[in-house]
Design a protein around this ligand. Structure first.
Ligand code: G4P
Length: 525
């Protein structure tokens, strides 16, 4: 039987896991990879996070901090599907990178710590998923510990996030008394402490245990049946259509650490998560099964392997089939490019990819051709996919090289790191000083560290604090409008912007200069 492009694309499931730090993202990812046979040892992903493992050579700072600074991509095959997991850093300072990653996925898995409920970082990430209308699957983790009551957690989902939920399964007890899950979807009970075939107990048509079992005498079982009845009568209806629109989230309970409920979750997730869908582009919708190849770059990372000093552009394929050595156009410039060097992302290794289809993420070795948001395609129309969100930096430093003799390295480093999109560069119009803008303080620390380690330049960074950035709509601006409270700068695309001292300075400026039209890119979304 020949495998068509359609078959291949329909086997792709590409998602990101979103959560607040410590909810269990690393642990769950690892367990999923184990099921897929992509890693052999539990601890591989965790070790990368905590720096016990050589793969973390990727970025020295990840080891020092014990945090995942950059999103990585992991791929595995399971049950006829090819699964791409895009990891997102949990640390809030890296939200730009995380947000862009969410543009490259077709669905998201949200992990909630059962004791903590919905936390800040989850709210932010959830909003981006919501904005894109992608389906969200919820995994409520750590049921082996005492946490909030399950009904309370559902209420939080609805009240804090404003999304309706449908529990696919329901916990029977928790913490020390955790018995397992009542699986509404598969009509069975999955027992926490029982391995092998006895792990699953079937339910009859009334939803009660089909055979005699000691569990029948447990008050926890009684309570579960009552809660299930309540959910059936007063809860939301299951709707595949509403899941696909991101209006209803299927909820799964489990414990990633003890690998409980993880496979049940994965099987249901793969059944209902969407395969790659058509994407909006400047020329209309692009069908993932179209024969023209296309994709967009959502991330650029320099020096992933310090031994090779390479730069990798991460491409999300949106249509057609990638074949190594193919020629494509870079839509922004119209320039033809030969894609001869590419890399796939297996769990703990990188390998050369020869073929990939819509939904897959591949890494392209970059010699400075690409920018974040670039579209590449074999189509002569050279359309562009919708712009990736640009973020308004809030924190600023003035940056210069400590040693003036190192100017060349300084410029090279700064331009490469800025092109990765983790940090934004501005030049003051009057003095030609360099300012860096970021969403969080940690980005400056990573910048400083990488300038030293990868470009051998010590930098001086003077804090100039938080500012309100507003871009100028017009191409021209009166440079005399520059003042210490409204600093006039140009971004790396030579677009004018003002950095205002505070809200008051912004309002004052608007009053005095009604003709200067300012905008905040975050408002345009
Ligand atoms: P993150 O990537 O979302 O930041 O979370 P991570 O998986 O690293 O998990 C955070 C902590 O929560 C870890 O403990 C992890 O072992 C624990 N954890 C994850 N899933 C479960 C679960 O289902 N049940 C319980 N009881 N704990 C869970 P740690 O003490 O920070 O690290 P470690 O001692 O395990 O290395």
């Amino acid at each position: 039987m020949t495998i068509t492009l359609r078959d291949e694309v329909q086997s792709r499931k590409t998602f990101a896991i979103i959560s607040h730090p410590d909810a269990g993202k690393t642990t769950l990812t690892e367990k999923l990879l184990l099921f897929g046979g992509a890693i052999r040892d539990a601890g591989t992903v965790k070790a990368r996070k905590t720096g016990k493992y050589a793969t973390s050579d990727w970025m020295e700072i990840e080891k020092q901090r014990g945090i995942s600074v950059t999103s990585s991509v992991m791929q595995f095959d399971y049950s006829g599907f090819r699964v791409n997991i895009l990891d997102t850093p949990g640390h809030q300072d890296f939200s730009e990178d995380t947000y862009r990653t969410l543009m490259a996925v077709d669905s998201a898995v949200m992990i909630v710590d059962s004791a903590k409920g919905i936390e800040d970082q989850t709210i932010k990430l959830f909003k981006v998923c919501r904005m894109r209308g992608i389906p969200i699957f919820t995994f409520i983790n750590k049921m082996d510990r005492q946490g909030k009551a399950p009904l309370e957690l559902l209420a939080e989902l609805e009240e804090v996030l404003g999304i309706e939920s449908y529990p696919m399964n329901w916990p029977i007890g928790m913490g020390k008394d955790f018995v397992g899950i009542y699986d509404r979807f598969n009509n069975r009970i999955e027992q926490f402490k029982t391995e092998g075939k006895d792990r699953f107990l079937s339910l009859d048509e009334e939803g009660e245990l089909a055979t005699d079992h000691e569990l029948k005498d447990s008050p926890l079982y009684e309570q579960t049946l009552e809660e299930i009845m309540l959910l059936s009568e007063a809860g939301n209806q299951f709707s595949e259509e509403r899941i696909a629109k991101g209006e209803l989230t299927p909820v799964f309970f489990g414990s990633a650490l003890t690998t409980f409920g993880v496979q049940t979750f994965l099987d249901a997730y793969l059944k209902f998560a969407p395969t790659p869908q058509p994407r909006e582009a400047s020329s209309g919708e692009v069908d993932p099964i179209s024969k023209d190849f296309s994709g967009f770059i959502f991330k650029i990372q320099a020096n992933m392997n310090p031994k090779h000093r390479d730069r990798i552009a991460f491409l999300r394929i949106c249509s057609g089939k990638f074949e190594r050595g193919m020629s494509v156009f870079l839509s922004r410039t119209g320039k033809p490019i030969n894609l001869s060097s590419s890399t796939g992302f297996l769990a703990d290794d990188r390998n050369t990819v020869n073929e990939a289809v819509s939904g897959d993420i591949i890494g392209l070795y970059d010699t400075g051709n690409y920018q974040i948001g670039d579209t590449i395609t074999t189509s002569k129309d050279m359309y562009q996919f919708e712009r990736l969100p640009q973020f308004t930096p809030e924190l600023f430093v003035r940056v210069s090289a400590k040693n003036v003799m190192k100017q060349k390295h300084f410029h090279k480093g700064i331009h490469q790191l800025v092109q990765e999109g983790a940090i934004q560069l501005f030049k003051t119009v009057k003095m030609e000083e360099y300012f860096l803008g970021a969403v969080g303080q940690l980005q400056f620390e990573v910048f400083e560290h990488r300038m030293k380690n990868e470009y051998n330049v010590d930098v001086i960074m003077e804090r100039i604090g938080s500012k309100i950035t507003r871009w100028v709509e017009d191409e021209k601006v009166d440079e005399n409008l520059h003042s210490s409270r409204s600093i006039l700068v140009k971004d790396r695309y030579d677009k004018y912007a003002f950095l205002f001292e505070n809200e008051f300075a912004l309002r004052w400026f608007n009053d005095k200069n009604p003709d200067v039209k300012l905008y905040n890119p975050m408002d345009l979304r």
